[in-house]
Every structure is written in C-alpha cells, then in structure tokens.
Design a protein around this ligand. Structure first.
Ligand SMILES: [Zn+2]
Length: 178
C-alpha cells in the first residue's frame, strides 16, 4: 500500500483502541514504524545522490522517467534492495519483536505499526506488482494479492480511511461533551 495510507491506518488503529487520547509517543512511534519500511531503502540512494552527484546530475536523476535513470552503483542498488526486503520480512520482524520483548519484559506496542505494514503489504501487492518478500531471507516468494495501485483500490482505500477517521473524530467529540 502507499506510504501515506500505511501511516493513516496505523494511526487510526492506535486512536481506535485507546479509551482516551493516546500518548503522543505511542501514536508517533507506531505511525513512524508503519511508514519506515517504505523509507529505509531510500537512505542509501539519497546518501549517494547527495554526496556524489552534482546539482545538474541530481536534477537529471530526480526528473528521469522510470527506466531512464542514470546508472546507479551496484553497491547502492544492493543495499537499497536488501533494506527494503529486511523491513518487509515477517521473519526479521519476529526476531526483532522477540529481542525487544525479552529485553523489556513486555511487548513494545509501536512494533505493531511495523507489523501492520508487513501484513497489509502481503495482501496489497500482486505477483506482477512487486510481491512483498514476507519470508525474506528464506525466499523472495510473495503472496499474489490485489495490487494497491489500481485506481478503484486507491479510491476505496481512501474512502474507507475518511470514514474511519470521521468516526474517530465524531467519537472523540462525543466523549468530550460527556
Ligand atoms: Zn511497503
């Protein structure tokens, strides 16, 4: 799913399950972890672009049509690819969640933001549209779901988000009046 919708769904879930206004740190961390999987792989690319490209080259890069970009070093492509896979892997998320649980003695709730990203992407990518590598590093196989970039899907998704956020705002107003 797109990065904005990931953040909005995770935020809605935190607000929906909280009896009162959720702590800002809980909301902030959950939303951050829900969007990070689609941002992490941009770090090596932006780092390389900022440190090695001149401003004209950078502009050529930023405005290139897909497949027409100037060549990127192999190492940058390698790191970008594997970072993307690491953050979309249920195996990596299980390991990290288990370590955090063990260190804290309790589940750290914001990790559910990351988990929501992984689960949603499994079903909103298809075999033709970047199947989500949920079992990385064992396999790149991904579930053949419904690609989120279909126009009907994008509309339905944002209508559902508008409905859910509308309900959450109405509910919080009602609570304030009581
Ligand atoms: Zn993703």
């Amino acid at each position: 799913m797109d990065i904005l919708a990931h953040g909005l769904w995770a935020g809605a879930a935190v607000v929906a399950v909280s009896r009162q206004r959720p702590p800002a740190s809980l909301l902030g961390w959950t939303v951050a972890l829900a969007v990070v999987p689609d941002l992490a792989h941009m770090l090596p690319v932006s780092g390389w672009a900022l440190t090695t490209l001149s401003s004209t080259e950078w502009w050529q890069y930023a405005t290139a049509s897909p497949g027409q970009e100037p060549p990127m070093p192999h190492a940058i492509l390698f790191w970008a690819h594997h970072l993307h896979c690491v953050f979309h892997s249920a195996i990596v998320a299980t390991l990290v969640s288990a370590i955090v649980w063990w260190r804290r003695g309790a589940l750290w709730l914001p990790l559910l933001g990351w988990w929501s990203h992984i689960v949603i992407d499994v079903f909103t990518h298809s075999a033709e549209f970047f199947p989500s590598p949920v079992w990385y590093p064992l396999t790149y196989w991904g579930f053949d779901g419904v690609a989120w970039n279909r126009p009907g899907f994008v509309w339905a998704n944002y209508l559902a988000l508008a409905g859910v956020w509308g309900w959450l705002i109405w509910r919080s107003r009602k609570r304030q009046l009581r």
